[in-house]
Design a binder for this molecule. Structure first.
Ligand code: NAX
Length: 327
């Protein structure tokens, strides 16, 4: 019997949390043989609602759920955490400039980085979901100097899964037939869903769809899917975002399937000409709890332009948070 691991989740009373916690507790993230202790962080006014979620978690009688801790103090929620899913963030409100948004989120992710640095497991795996996810991950990372920078990642997996699903629909194939597509860059409208190396049942995807559709429809549809969900549902993606967070952490912890890769926002080591240090979506393979960038892919002029544009946006965000003294 395995010892329980500690999984911290912030923004736990929010709508993503409401999907995410039940799937972690049921073993979807770390395996059906891995007990978990949930350590849930919320702002003080949301603690009552969080208690309701905790009551429901208990009512599920999940065999793998060893314990639940709730707090409005990051040093309590992150204590000895093996995994930390940072979901709670300050959403963009009407009229907010990028600087305002980054500054508001700095107020959340700087102290959370410091708390992780102080109390989390030295091997903690951190996933930032809260937007702007890539730059929030950078802020947390830069405020946790005693942890390996590579332990901080941002979620582009929802974009990746959306890209798989859109291609499956177009080609009339099941999602399981699709392999090796990549989301490069920022989790924003500048992201680049790249089909250059993708295959559908082993056939190059770009032999099956026309270029015009790929450039003019597919890429913007994937990049703007979040807005389409809000328009239809009247609320932002929640269950699909939670599912992507489960996928990201599961693959990181337990490994990607043989011969396949996934997309993760990770600190750039300069691969593919991406400026070092930016938290940027890359194709990665995982095994033994570690991820590695897939090397040697061809980069066309079209891809180069897209990859540079999204890197440029992330550099601007980094410049902005540097000016604000957050990193
Ligand atoms: P909700 O507003 O439903 O929930 C957020 C929760 O976070 C609230 O309960 C709030 O009290 C809590 N919170 C705020 N500040 C906190 C702090 N300092 N410490 C702990 N908790 C705090 O938002 P939800 O729909 O769950 O979305 C959460 C975040 O995910 C948003 O920033 C959203 O933009 C982002 N998303 C990121 C996605 C991605 O692919 N990377 C996709 C989905 C989602 O849009």
């Amino acid at each position: 019997n395995k010892e329980p691991v500690r999984v911290a989740v912030t923004g736990a009373a929010g709508q993503i949390g409401y999907s995410l916690l039940f799937r972690i507790a049921s073993g979807d993230m770390l395996g059906k043989d891995q007990p978990v202790i949930l350590q849930l962080l919320e702002v003080t006014p949301a603690l009552k609602a969080l208690q309701g979620v905790v009551m429901e978690l208990r009512d599920c009688a999940f065999p793998l759920l060893a314990d639940i801790v709730t707090s409005d103090d990051a040093e309590v929620a992150f204590k000895d955490a093996d995994y930390a899913l940072l979901v709670g963030a300050m959403p963009r409100k009407a009229g907010m400039e990028r600087g305002d948004l980054l500054s508001a989120n700095g107020g959340i992710f700087k102290p959370q980085g410091e708390a992780l640095n102080k109390v989390a497991s030295r091997d903690v795996k951190v996933l930032v979901v809260g937007n702007p996810a890539n730059t929030n991950a950078l802020i947390a990372q830069q405020n946790a100097p005693d942890l390996n920078p590579g332990q901080f990642t941002a979620m582009v997996r929802l974009d990746h899964n959306r890209a798989v699903s859109q291609l499956a629909e177009k080609t009339g194939k099941p999602v399981t037939s699709i392999q090796n597509l990549t989301i490069w860059g920022n989790h924003s409208s500048t992201q680049y869903p790249d089909l250059s190396a993708a295959t559908v049942d082993g056939t190059p995807a770009l032999d099956l769809v026309d270029r015009e559709w790929y450039e003019k429809e597919y890429i913007p549809t994937v990049a703007k899917r979040g807005a389409a969900i809000i328009e239809a549902r009247g609320a932002s993606s929640a269950a699909s975002a939670a599912s992507a967070a489960i996928d990201h952490m599961r693959d990181w912890a337990l490994g990607t399937p043989e011969g396949q890769w996934v997309s993760m926002g990770i600190p750039s080591d300069g691969s593919y000409g991406v400026p070092e240090g930016l938290i940027y979506g890359f194709p990665v393979k995982c095994s033994g709890g570690k991820y590695e960038i897939v090397q040697g892919l061809d980069v066309s002029d079209f891809s180069r332009g897209k990859m540079d544009a999204t890197a440029q946006e992330l550099q601007e965000e980094r410049d902005e948070v540097r000016k604000l003294g957050l990193v």
